[in-house]
Design a binder for this molecule. Sequence first.
Ligand code: CS2
Length: 399
Amino acid sequence: MGQIVHFGLGNFARAHLLDYTADAGGDWQVTGVNLRSSATRDGLAAQDFKYALNVQGTGIKQITGLKTILLASEGQQPIFEAMANADIISATVTEKGYHLDQNGQLDMHDPVIASELNGPALRSLIGFIAHDLARRDRPVTVLSCDNRVGNGDALRQAVQHFAQAAQLNIDWSLARFPNAMVDRITPATTDKIRQESNDPMAVPTEAFREWVIEDNFAGPRPDWPDVQFVQDVRPHELRKLRMLNGAHSFLAYAGLAQGYQYVHEAISDPDLRRQALSLMMEAGATLPKDIQDQVPAYAQALLRRFDNTELAHRLNQIAMDGSQKLPYRIVETLRAQAAPVLIAAVRAWMSYCITQTAQGEPLDDPLATDIAKAANSAQPERMLLKLIGAEDLTQLILE
Ligand code: CS2
């Protein structure tokens, strides 16, 4: 039986990895590992780890391929045992779960990483993978499913730096880290979804889903349907991160400022719609030449997905962790090409930080303390740009 150990078993993994794996058939089992909260484990344990995937417009699908969820706080040994038997170790731990600094390097001063280097308790994906690889004698594919450019490369590099600092000896020939682009809009669960699905642990998602993975596996993989296995994921990830996620972040900050709560509300405001489309076209112009002809149709398809009123995707959910998201969603795009709505998107984020701070509402962001300090400083915008590593764009953005 094929084994997948998945770190960060939240709604997205339940709507993406587990759905694809269910459709693959065959003999595959997924074990989740959650590093922080026990809520998902507790809720799912009460129903034998089965749950309803409420696919908007398509119907309710019962997902049964999840075996269990292990919690880092309840002991490392069972997690290492599961990892030792895994063919694939996958992850959705969000941007901040990689503990990287502004330059994309493992942040050795990060309290979680520093504590793992100084003591036996592991609390991060990076720490668990490094220690697993140091004990391993059979091949494994480590598959990042997070929104990041070069997510597999970034993960491998972070694990390498961790292993050096922890003086772990790793046979790197056993592990592959394919890059991957993942896509499926998966909002937080609401009471309406729970009732409709007759399941307190139901997950809502859209019918659309996409997964493009670098064809670089160390061993077997499920027969995932509709997944594209390619030599180079980069054009796909740039298209998705810069156009979809870039427009999402713009709509979140600009939409909240205008009093909207949901993506479908913000995108039906004529002005925001026009700007979101312009941002997609601005971002599209920075993509590799050979996919530029896909840009207009992809942009229209994104608008239709954002229009989906049934999804009730909250702008607040997208607005969180802005310091981690803006660099690859907007800032890198702006470096490739200066353009008005990309600039407006950074400004909207800065205004959001400043307004929230002035209202005494702390941000949901790993840099919340630094953001509040920057927002209260004499030069809030300059300081905020510094926090996202965009000092070089100060003139462009502030003039
Ligand atoms: C969103 C993403 O929350 C966010 O920041 O932009 O989660 C987005 O819905 C997914 O990447 C879509 O695949």
